[in-house]
Design a protein around this ligand. Structure first.
Ligand SMILES: Cc1ncc(COP(=O)(O)O)c(C=O)c1O
Length: 337
């Protein structure tokens, strides 16, 4: 029998991240199509969509890359989770990179030397390349010690990414460095030349000035952030006692578990990868208290019911923000201006 091929194309007017997660996640797919979908985010796995009208197997995405998550457990790296993720990711025999956020955004966890050594051992066993994003390293607060990933045993074939952009608030002046472990220098040399074209001249100058001349400024900043961390703990206890949090060991970010407030909106679960999405708790705080936070679901599995609060501000603004958030959660008028 003669066969014909039919190619249908269509433009879906949403952000790429929205489409990506609708592609690989049952809930996101269902909320986009308003029909039941069942999708397992594994290449080759069966999927069904539109109440079973469409079925098939998930083929590899065009980019040839996919995300396998290894969520933290109680804020710490979990070797079981990580091992399972490595196993799943390496199953097809393709090269795998583990993006390790150290210190961690959004939880503010500072991984210990023992934890990082265990990661290096595990990655080495299965041939995974570790890329440690250490952009928050200058922001380790009193009480914690930062361990550079490349300094741990077994990390010779890894990479570290560093920048002054977080510590000195230079995000508008782009610059960063990538540092290769001793055994990864050849891989670094193979990066296309254009990769080095990103930083602007002003970016390079400002980052150099920050790293060379800005140590005392950073020391003062860290004292202020540690004080704000203490203040935030007090304010949460007073105004949002049902919100769970673990004081961060680093960063100016607080990861707040608001699930007990039941502010999530099942019709708008938020969008993975998009911190400015407005569903759920983050939408409730924005609309009712005019306090802008980052959406928990943006950070992947485990982000449901959470928001991320930036406490790099004055004690007055922090107090005002948490006070207003408290009124929202208690159902009182927020008094927002
Ligand atoms: C862990 C981490 N890496 C990288 C970035 C990107 O930094 P930049 O804005 O300097 O490009 C961010 C920004 O939020 C971050 O938190």
């Amino acid at each position: 029998m003669k066969r014909e091929a039919l190619r249908v194309t269509s433009t879906i007017p949403v952000a790429p991240t929205t489409l990506y997660f609708a592609w690989i996640d049952s809930d996101h797919h269902s909320s986009m199509t308003s029909a039941t979908a069942k999708i397992e985010p594994t290449v080759g796995a069966k999927y069904s969509a539109l109440n079973g009208y469409v079925t098939g197997k998930l083929v590899i995405l065009d980019l040839g890359r996919r995300i396998v998550e290894a969520p933290l457990v109680d804020g710490r790296i979990d070797l079981g989770m990580l091992g399972a993720a490595f196993e799943q990711a390496t199953a097809g025999g393709r090269p795998v990179a583990y993006l390790l956020c150290s210190p961690h955004n959004p939880t503010g966890t500072v991984h210990t030397r023992d934890e990082l050594t265990a990661v290096a051992t595990l990655a080495d066993e299965v041939g995974v390349t570790v890329i440690a994003d250490e952009i928050h390293a200058p922001l380790v607060l009193e009480g914690a010690t930062f361990t550079p990933y490349l300094s741990v045993a077994g990390a010779e074939n890894a990479f570290s990414l560093m920048s002054a952009s977080k510590g000195w608030n230079l995000a508008g002046m782009k610059a960063a460095v990538v540092i290769a472990g001793r055994a990864a220098a050849a891989d670094l040399a193979r990066l296309p030349e254009e990769v080095s074209h990103g930083p602007s001249h002003l970016g390079v100058l400002s980052h150099t000035a920050a790293l060379r001349e800005g140590r005392e400024w950073l020391d003062d900043l860290l004292i202020g952030l540690a004080a704000n961390r203490t203040l935030l703990g007090r304010l949460l206890g007073e105004h949002l006692p049902r919100v769970g949090w673990m004081p961060p060991e680093a960063t100016y970010l607080a990861w707040l578990d608001c699930s007990a407030l039941a502010l999530d909106d099942p019709a708008d679960p938020g969008i993975r990868g998009l911190v400015t999405s407005t569903g759920g708790a983050v939408g409730a705080f924005l609309e009712r208290s005019r306090v802008a936070l980052s959406a928990g679901p943006a950070f992947g599995t485990g982000g449901e019911g959470h928001v991320r609060l930036n406490f790099a501000t004055s004690s007055e603004i922090l107090t005002e923000a948490v006070t207003r958030m408290g009124r929202v959660s208690s159902g009182e008028p927020s008094g927002a201006r």
